[in-house]
Design a protein around this ligand. Structure first.
Ligand code: CU
Length: 358
């Protein structure tokens, strides 16, 4: 699992702006991560600190009875309902399933009351991206990847690259009796998703019943959540550029992963600018550095959308995209990795090691 602890070395306290909410963990065995995650070695790791507990106890966010993790995955089953995994058949572009499962169930439904629910939505697939949309109503996003946002942001649809998370509120108070959570993103090849298609494929059916509740959570668009501390440009001491490309296998700066080699050696307690460049028009790569959050500054020279402007632990690169992120190494020294979170790309061998040095 990517360690995302952020202890202030001066005070040995976790910074309130950094405390994580929605994490997940999975097997990370070199070359075999894809198979092991596909077979089930993955789970949620949800945390609550005093700030978040205050938002729940104060009635801003739904309490634990209405706080539901949802992991979206795609699978192939054989005639005996056993999982099929054969990513070599399309040269490790990424293994796609033809059956969608949510929390391991195909064609699931979920009974809800007419009130607000909190859902931790995770793309736990090996290679399939999702764009999630409701058949009625919209999302109110309160968290991105591991962290609560500074304020709640309405979204009509939410794209999730591999390993990305969206912490959202869905308000069923005025919903019809059935609401579908649809995936509107087309993807035929493991290497990259294609365009949006409406109405898409239903992943989950909500069956809504009862009258609207009166004591509902108060969160609305713009509600203040967790403060954000930006990494400032004057803190940057180093710029590194990483190019993600295909050369027989999947490579970073022309090299396959070698666990004996350090591809970067940032200094502890410094901040760096990392450029992630996708050198290809036919594939996509969600880039996931371990150890620390990063903050997207620019995508293709422009400011990112507001919901991606704070902390991230995975930054999606579409075809030919270039992302500029700031990352600050505040905590531990030692060796960590970053990699594409398409698990077939990671296993073959789009991963690099960095060592945080004193
Ligand atoms: Cu990739």
């Amino acid at each position: 699992m990517a360690s995302l602890l952020t202890i202030n070395p001066a005070t040995h306290q976790q910074e309130i702006s950094d405390f994580a909410s929605t994490q997940w963990y999975h097997d990370h065995m070199m070359d075999l991560t894809g198979q092991n995650v596909y077979m089930g070695l993955a789970g949620f790791y949800l945390l609550t600190d005093e700030l978040e507990k205050g938002l729940i106890d104060g009635g801003t966010l739904p309490d634990d009875s209405f706080n539901i993790p949802l992991v979206f995955q795609d699978r192939v089953f054989d005639q005996n309902a056993q999982l099929v995994f054969n990513p070599g058949q399309d040269e490790f572009n990424g293994w796609l399933g033809d059956v969608f499962v949510v929390n391991g169930k195909a064609q699931p439904y979920f009974n809800v009351q007419r009130r607000k629910y909190r859902f931790r939505m995770l793309n736990g697939s090996n290679a399939r991206w999702y764009e999630l949309q409701l058949s009625s109503g919209q999302f109110l996003q309160i968290g991105n990847d591991s962290w609560l946002l500074p304020f709640a942001i309405p979204r009509t649809s939410i794209r999730l690259a591999l390993a990305e998370r969206a912490d959202v509120i869905i308000d069923f108070r005025n919903a019809p009796n059935e609401v579908f959570l649809n995936n509107i993103l087309e993807q035929k090849e493991g290497a990259t998703p294609e365009g949006v298609t409406k109405p898409g494929t239903p992943l989950l059916k909500f069956i809504v019943s009862g009258s609207p509740v009166s004591n509902d959570a108060s969160v609305v668009s713009g509600t203040t959540l967790r403060p954000h501390t930006p990494i400032r440009p004057e803190e940057i001491v180093q710029t590194r550029r990483f190019v993600f490309a295909q050369d027989h296998h999947w490579v970073i700066n022309d090299r396959e992963f070698d666990p004996r080699r350090n591809d970067a050696t940032p200094k502890s307690n410094t901040a760096e600018r990392w450029i992630f460049k996708n050198d290809g028009g036919d594939w996509s790569h969600p880039i996931h550095p371990h150890l620390e959050a990063h903050q997207i500054q620019k995508i293709n020279g422009r400011a990112p959308p507001v919901y991606n402007s704070f902390k991230k632990d995975t930054t999606p690169l579409g075809p030919d995209d270039e992302a500029e992120v700031f990352i600050k190494f505040r905590t531990f020294t030692g060796r960590y990795v970053f990699h594409c979170h398409n698990l077939e790309h990671e296993d073959h061998a789009m991963m690099a090691a960095f060592e945080v040095v004193p």
